[in-house]
Structure formats: structure tokens, C-alpha cells
Write a protein that binds this ligand. Structure first.
Ligand SMILES: NC(=O)c1ccc[n+]([C@@H]2O[C@H](COP(=O)([O-])OP(=O)(O)OC[C@H]3O[C@@H](n4cnc5c(N)ncnc54)[C@H](OP(=O)(O)O)[C@@H]3O)[C@@H](O)[C@H]2O)c1
Length: 442
């Protein structure tokens, strides 16, 4: 431990010259978001909030984390026990992941401290249980930054749209995927080249799996379902399909169909019911006129559809240290001002909703084949056996007959019937690459 620890300096931290009535904040995890939160709290990035005072910073191997712009009376520690034993009123968990973050949040709540976190994984997996614990201990538990970073969609769903009866939520929830897909579209890049560019520019992590394979958006969707639809969805029940299968040629065909390609997350509550849902994250074709198509680069958008108010859109910077820190500090201010219920927003722990992965939508199906007569007739036969209607066949000129990409669009059909047909089609002898299919959604 370097500097004064909160464990030994209980009651003293932050005493010098700052508002003694301010809520004392302990930041746990001094990385991208943690440092951005500290910059706001200390007034380094504009006007500080007088209701809040940074009291402690906790991180492993803390010595290398110290910065000169943090006031001298802030305690630096690498032991969570120091923060728990201190007089910090609020613990901000920004280390990420399930472990040890879950245990530390639980212990902070048990110690009578309010908790603010940006950890979507933790909220999606253990949110209801931690919310209950917060309620039992009479403290706040807030996590606005966990979904869409700086876009205040959780409080909008919980407060602004609470008068509606929300039926579905869909959105572009992952900035990394949106950056990759919009760059592939605009610059004709391959997936690998667009991913490398995203990593070089800090929009993608060294291991991008959670983003590109849909798990990150799936965890966010589970939280949106809980807050907006009042349904508990296990993140593992959200059907996630990767964007790795998208190729530059798909953007050409998508444009011919008046669409772009986005990673779309969608959850729908059965009309008149409360628990049966369709929930999925996958690449999809989206008509150019849809708000889902308008979102560019690393931005996010969420569309909520209610029985009374129709569709409402929320958009903005879904990630990045500063936008995410704004959401964290807004949560801290809500705690300081005693706004919102101490009993947080999640449905109580209980059996999760039954989640269906099948849904009906028109489909885009792309084949890459070694050309020979009769291929379209073979495919039409397999589709018709499953009662699937072909809407159009598209073929761009200029491709080799040894590796010919072409597209069929299908009228609205269920995922189950399509998968059955594609299973039979996969056994045919003309494929050069696996067939891909995306729904067309708006
Ligand atoms: N960055 C964003 O745009 C964004 C947006 C929305 C939500 N979030 C969420 O915000 C949280 C923080 O993200 P971030 O981008 O700030 O991550 P980050 O830059 O990796 O920062 C995490 C910090 O926590 C420290 N840490 C990790 N595990 C620890 C442990 N076991 N004990 C002590 N310290 C530990 C790390 O120390 P080391 O330096 O030693 O690794 C690092 O300083 C995550 O839950 C993330 O999902 C981030």
C-alpha cells in the first residue's frame, strides 16, 4: 500500500478544505473509466460536483497507478478491506468481470455502503441478488453505465417510460461491432482488417470475442429486459451469433436491398403475457430508413416499443472512459441527492423467463458455390419442402464461376424452418464456403 490507507485513516480521509457534508467516494479499479470518474470528481475535467468527494482509490499494484492530479488527502490502497473499513459512503466498482467484483460489491453492500458499478457482466449474472441485498441494507445500488455507457437508457426506461407497457426493446448495443461493420461498409475492408483497425484505434480489445461473438450485447440485453420489460433473462439464454461471418460482398448485396448490416440485439415480451420472450443478438440486414441503420461508428442506439407510446429511441456514445464516467457520476449524484428508490430497479430474484430463440422475419441467405447448372433449382426445392418462399435471387457480375457468391432472399419465415432447410442444403455438393443467413429486421 502506498499513501495513507482508508483502513488506518478512518474518518480523516479527505478532511482538508473540502465540503465535509459531501458523499465520500471510493473508486475500486483505476483504469479507463475509474480515472475518468476521478477526473470529473476532482474537477480536473470541468466543474467538480460539490456533493461528491473522492476519498479513496483502490487497485492492484497501486504504486504504478498514482497520479499527481488527485488531491493529497485521497487514500491509495491495494486492499479492498481498507475501502470497506473506511468511511467512504459509496463504493464505485470499476474492475469489471464476475470475480472478485461480485464478492467485493456484496461485501460493500453488507458494510452499509452504497455501490455504483459499470459492470454489465455482474449485473446480468447477479444483479437481482445484489439489488435485494442493497434493499435489505438500506443502501443504493446503481448501474446506469453498465448498458450503453453514456446513454442514460436505464433511467429512461425505468422512469421516463414507466407509464407505458413496454413490449420490445431492440438496439445496436456494442460499439466495437458497430465500428467494425460500418468500416467494412464504408471502406470495403475485410472483417479481419476492420477488427485490426478497431484494435489500433482503441475501439476493440486484444481478445474481441465477447464483443464480436455477441456475448457483451447479450449481457446488456438481459439487463434491458429486466429493467424495461420486467423479465428476468439469463444471459446464457440469449441466442448470440457472431459477426465474424460477415464478408465485404454482403454489404454490396445489402445495399442492393436498400439495407445496411448491423449487430442487432432484440428482446420481445409476448403480448398479453409477462414471461415468454424472444431474445437474440445477431448480424442482421436493416433497412436504411431504420434508426438502427443511422447509428455510425462506435455509437449505440436503443429502441423501446410500448403498447401506448409507440417507439422511443435513445442514442449516443455507448463506450469510452469519459461518456461512461458521466453515467457513473450521475449515479453518484443520484445517491448523494437521495434520488430514486434505494430499492433498485431489478425484478426480484426468481425463476428466469422462458426464452424462445425462434422468430419470424424475412431472411437474407448468401451462398458461395462452384457454379454448375441446376443449383438454383436444387436450392428452391429444399426451401419449398420447408414451405419457405423465395422472394428474390441476386447475383453480382464479375465473380469467378469457381467461387461464385449469390444471394436469395426469403419471405418471412421462422428460424426453425430456415435452419432445417439450411441443414439439408449444407449436404449439397456445390458449396465452396459455408452458407450464411441473416434476418432482415427494422
Ligand atoms: N471502457 C468502457 O468504455 C466501458 C464502457 C461501459 C462499461 N465499462 C465497464 O467498466 C468497467 C471498467 O472498465 P475499464 O474499461 O475501465 O477497464 P480497465 O481499463 O481494464 O480498468 C480496470 C481497472 O481495474 C483494475 N483491476 C482489475 N482487476 C482487479 C483486481 N482483481 N484487483 C484490483 N484491481 C483490479 C485494473 O488494474 P490493472 O491495471 O492491473 O489491469 C484496472 O486498473 C468494466 O466493468 C467495463 O465493462 C467500460
Amino acid at each position: 500500500v502506498t499513501g495513507r490507507t482508508t483502513g488506518t485513516a478512518q474518518g480523516e480521509v479527505g478532511a482538508a478544505g473540502r465540503d465535509a457534508r459531501a458523499r465520500r467516494v471510493g473508486i475500486v479499479g483505476f483504469g479507463t473509466v475509474g480515472q475518468a470518474v476521478a477526473r470529473i470528481l476532482t474537477g480536473r475535467a470541468g466543474r467538480p460536483a460539490p456533493e461528491l468527494r473522492l476519498a479513496a482509490v483502490c487497485n492492484r499494484r497501486i504504486a504504478r497507478k498514482r497520479v499527481s492530479w488527485v488531491p493529497e488527502d485521497v487514500a491509495w490502497t491495494e486492499r479492498i478491506e481498507d475501502v470497506l473499513a473506511s468511511d467512504a459512503d459509496v463504493v464505485v466498482e470499476l474492475i469489471g468481470g464476475l470475480d472478485p467484483a461480485g464478492d467485493w460489491v456484496r461485501r460493500a453492500l453488507l458494510a452499509g455502503k452504497s455501490v455504483v458499478t459499470a459492470n454489465k457482466q455482474l449485473i446480468a449474472a447477479r444483479g437481482p441478488e445484489l439489488a435485494e441485498l442493497a434493499a435489505r441494507n438500506g443502501v443504493h445500488f446503481r448501474f446506469e453505465a453498465a448498458v450503453c455507457g453514456g446513454v442514460p437508457v436505464l433511467s429512461a426506461l425505468r422512469e421516463g417510460l414507466s407509464g407505458d407497457d413496454l413490449l420490445s426493446i431492440r438496439g445496436v448495443l456494442n460499439g466495437t461491432c458497430n465500428y467494425i461493420l460500418t468500416r467494412m461498409d464504408a471502406a470495403g475492408l475485410s472483417f479481419d482488417a476492420a477488427l485490426a483497425e478497431a484494435q489500433a484505434r482503441g475501439f476493440a480489445e486484444a481478445d474481441p470475442s465477447a464483443d464480436v461473438d455477441g456475448l457483451d450485447a447479450g449481457a446488456k440485453l438481459a439487463i434491458l429486459a429486466a429493467i424495461g420489460l420486467g423479465c428476468r433473462v439469463r444471459p446464457s439464454d440469449v441466442a448470440c451469433r457472431s459477426i465474424r461471418s460477415v464478408e465485404p460482398i454482403d454489404f454490396t448485396y445489402a445495399r442492393r436491398l436498400g439495407c445496411v448490416i448491423r449487430q442487432v440485439a432484440r428482446v420481445t415480451r409476448e403480448t398479453g403475457g409477462s414471461t415468454v420472450l424472444e431474445a437474440g443478438v445477431q448480424p442482421a440486414l436493416v433497412p436504411l430508413a431504420s434508426p438502427l441503420a443511422a447509428v455510425q461508428g462506435s455509437q449505440n442506439v436503443v429502441l423501446a416499443t410500448g403498447a401506448h407510446g409507440g417507439e422511443t429511441a435513445f442514442g449516443g456514445h455507448g463506450a469510452g472512459g469519459d461518456p461512461t464516467a458521466v453515467a457513473v457520476v450521475s449515479d453518484l449524484l443520484a445517491v448523494a441527492r437521495q434520488e430514486g428508490p434505494a430499492r433498485p430497479w431489478l425484478p426480484p430474484p426468481g425463476p428466469p423467463a422462458r426464452v424462445l430463440t425462434d422468430f419470424v422475419a424475412p431472411r437474407y441467405v448468401r451462398f458461395v458455390v462452384r457454379d454448375r447448372p441446376g443449383i438454383v433449382a436444387d436450392l428452391a426445392g429444399r426451401f419449398s419442402r420447408q414451405h419457405l418462399n423465395i422472394d428474390a435471387v441476386l447475383q453480382e457480375p464479375g465473380h469467378s464461376k469457381a467461387e461464385l457468391p449469390f444471394v436469395m432472399t426469403l419471405e418471412a419465415c421462422s428460424t426453425g424452418a430456415l435452419d432445417q432447410a439450411l441443414g439439408e442444403i449444407a449436404a449439397l455438393d456445390f458449396h465452396v464456403r459455408p452458407t450464411v443467413s441473416y434476418p432482415i429486421v427494422d
